[in-house]
Design a protein. Sequence first.
Length: 196
Amino acid sequence: MWQPYIDVVKARAPQAVLVFDKFHIVQHLTRAVDQVRRDEIREKGKSHKELMAKTRYIWLKNPDNLTENQQLRLSELEQLNLKINRAYLLKEAFRGFWDYRRPSWAKRYLNKWFWWATHSRLGPMRDFAWMLKRRQNDLLNYFRLPINNGAVEGLNNKAKVISHKAYGFRTAKNYIRNLYHCMADLPLPETLHTFA
């Protein structure tokens, strides 16, 4: 969703349909939620920091993925009328956006969610909502072409792991060979060395 990428795509492939990936939208949303948590801790001081200790992932995870202890802790924290709880509820409400099949219904839901977020008095959530509003047409393309780049992201991460395991390659040729070898899941050659 970075403007230079959008500009390049529109300049080089004007006929292409730009579809924002669900993963990156949710990543921006969870960053906003975490920013609300950090801002609230900063505002309320040391005692609040102790109250919120080890709760970061409770607010960022999907409720289905919470452990039993995390569910109990979340239910305790929800009683306290915290700003982070409002951000968490907005995050969970946004999950419903992906359930729609038609762009018109998704747009209607997005407009409703936008109103909730902009009236929540939570700066990071308001900023996220405005970012979505500015990119609304490209965001709604997801419902016309429900594609994502999860496979590409996975390959990129695997390539990074291969690079880190090798602690650097002397030549680009060796790096490319190692990528082909590891990503194709080829069997390792028998070594001439024996280890005692």
